[in-house]
Design a protein around this ligand. Structure first.
Ligand SMILES: [Zn+2]
Length: 359
C-alpha cells in the first residue's frame, strides 16, 4: 500500500511542480485534468492537522511541511492542540496520564504562528488556527483574540479544534461546556462571523451506552449561531461511540445539514474508517450520503505531530482517512478530496483541479 501511494504521490508532486510554475492560485487548472484512474485517491487538503503535540517534543515544522509536500497535500490547517499537558509532565499523550489536568493554551498557537510568519510556505499552503479557546471559560476568549491581533495581525484564519465535549478527556478534568457557557460564546462567535473564520468544534455525540447523550449541546450551538461557519469534528464520532448504527448516524447528520446551511462535517480521524466506513455495507451508505451533500464535508487526518512519529505514520493516516474517497462520485470527490469545499469555506481564490471525465 505504501509503495503504491508513494508512486502515485510522485506523479502528483510532478503535477504540482508544473502547476506552481503556472503561477500561484492557478492550481492544476489549465495544465490538465485530474484523472481518478491514474492519480492518488488521497485527499489534497488536510483540514485537521495538529502541528503541536499534547506534550513533549513536536516534529520540527520544516520536517512536517515536507511530509505534506511529499504526500501530495497542497493545503493544510495548522492546528495547535486543544488540550496541553503541564510543562512539568512527562506525558506525550493525555490518555497515559489520567488525573493530570489538560487545558487549552496559547503557547502552541504562538509556536505555529511564529513558524508560519518566518517561512510563509507556499507548497503546501497553510492556514493558521486559534486553538487556545476554552469553551468553558468564554469570557477569556475575546481578550485572547486581542492579544493574537496585536502579535500576529491577520495571521489566524481558522479556529479550533476546540472542545465542547470530549469524553476521552474526562479523566483529565475536562467537563462538557454547559448551556450557559454556550450562550456566553456570543461575543467571540461574532468576531469569527465578522471575519468569516470557520470554527472546528469537537463535540461527541455520545457513548455506546448512551449514543446521543450530548447531541443537544451541538444542537444548541447550531440554534444559537446559525450564521457561523461551524465545522463538526469527526461527525461527532469517537472511540467512545463505536457501535452506532450507520443509518441512525447518517439520519442525524442529514437532519442537521438540512436544518443548518452553514454546518460542515469534518471527516478526519482514522477512527471513522476503522469503526464505521470499513464495516460491511457502511462505506456505500456513507458515500451515498456524501454524494447527496457533496458541498458539506471536508477531509483531514487528525495527525498529531509528536516527535515519536515519522513520515510513515503521516502517510498511513492520510491513506486510511482517504479510503472513503474511493467510493465517492466525481462531484463529491472533487469537492471533498480535492479541496473545493475547503477552499470555498476559507474564501480562497484557489480551486480544486477539474476531473478529466466529469461535468
Ligand atoms: Zn483533532
Amino acid at each position: 500500500m505504501g509503495r503504491r501511494l508513494g508512486a502515485a504521490a510522485a506523479v502528483l508532486t510532478a503535477v504540482a511542480v508544473v502547476a506552481s510554475q503556472a503561477g500561484a492560485g492557478s492550481a492544476v487548472a489549465g495544465t490538465g485534468c485530474f484523472d481518478r484512474a491514474r492519480e492518488p485517491y488521497t485527499s489534497q487538503v488536510d483540514s485537521h492537522l495538529h502541528f503541536r503535540p499534547f506534550g513533549g517534543q513536536a516534529i520540527p515544522f520544516e520536517e512536517l511541511t515536507g511530509y505534506l509536500h511529499k504526500s501530495g497535500v497542497r493545503h493544510a490547517s495548522m492546528y495547535g492542540i486543544g488540550q496541553t499537558l503541564p510543562t512539568n509532565s512527562n506525558c506525550m499523550y493525555y490518555l497515559d496520564c489520567p488525573g493530570t489536568p489538560v487545558v487549552p493554551s496559547m503557547k502552541n498557537d504562538f509556536a505555529n504562528a511564529e513558524n508560519y510568519v518566518e517561512t510563509h510556505p507556499k507548497d503546501p499552503e497553510l492556514t493558521v488556527s486559534m486553538t487556545f479557546m476554552d469553551l468553558n471559560h468564554p469570557e477569556t476568549i475575546p481578550p485572547g483574540i486581542t492579544v493574537y491581533d496585536k502579535e500576529y495581525p491577520g495571521v489566524f484564519r481558522w479556529a479550533g479544534e476546540v472542545n465542547l465535549v470530549k469524553q476521552a478527556l474526562f479523566p483529565n478534568h475536562h467537563t462538557p461546556a454547559t448551556s450557559e457557557n454556550i450562550k456566553n460564546w456570543a461575543p467571540f462567535m461574532k468576531v469569527l462571523r465578522d471575519r468569516g473564520i470557520p470554527i472546528t468544534i469537537h463535540s461527541d455525540l455520545g457513548s455506546d451506552a448512551d449514543q446521543t447523550k450530548y447531541l443537544h449541546l451541538m444542537e444548541e450551538t447550531l440554534r444559537l449561531y446559525p450564521e457561523n461557519k461551524l465545522v463538526w469534528a469527526h461527525m461527532g464520532l469517537s472511540k467512545e461511540l463505536t457501535a452506532m448504527d450507520p443509518d441512525r448516524h447518517i439520519g442525524i447528520m442529514t437532519r442537521l445539514l438540512d436544518e443548518n446551511p452553514n454546518l460542515t462535517l469534518d471527516l478526519s480521524w482514522r477512527v471513522l474508517e476503522d469503526n464505521y466506513f470499513s464495516r460491511p455495507g457502511a462505506r456505500q451508505k456513507y458515500a451515498a450520503f456524501l454524494d447527496r451533500y457533496p458541498t458539506r464535508a471536508i477531509p483531514g487526518t487528525d495527525f498529531v505531530a509528536s516527535r515519536d512519529k515519522d513520515y510513515g505514520v503521516y502517510e498511513q493516516e492520510l491513506e486510511v482517512t482517504s479510503r472513503i474517497n474511493t467510493a465517492l462520485d466525481d462531484r463529491a470527490f472533487r469537492d471533498i478530496a480535492l479541496g473545493e469545499n475547503y477552499y470555498r469555506l476559507l474564501g480562497l481564490k484557489e480551486s480544486a483541479p477539474k476531473l478529466c471525465r466529469a461535468e
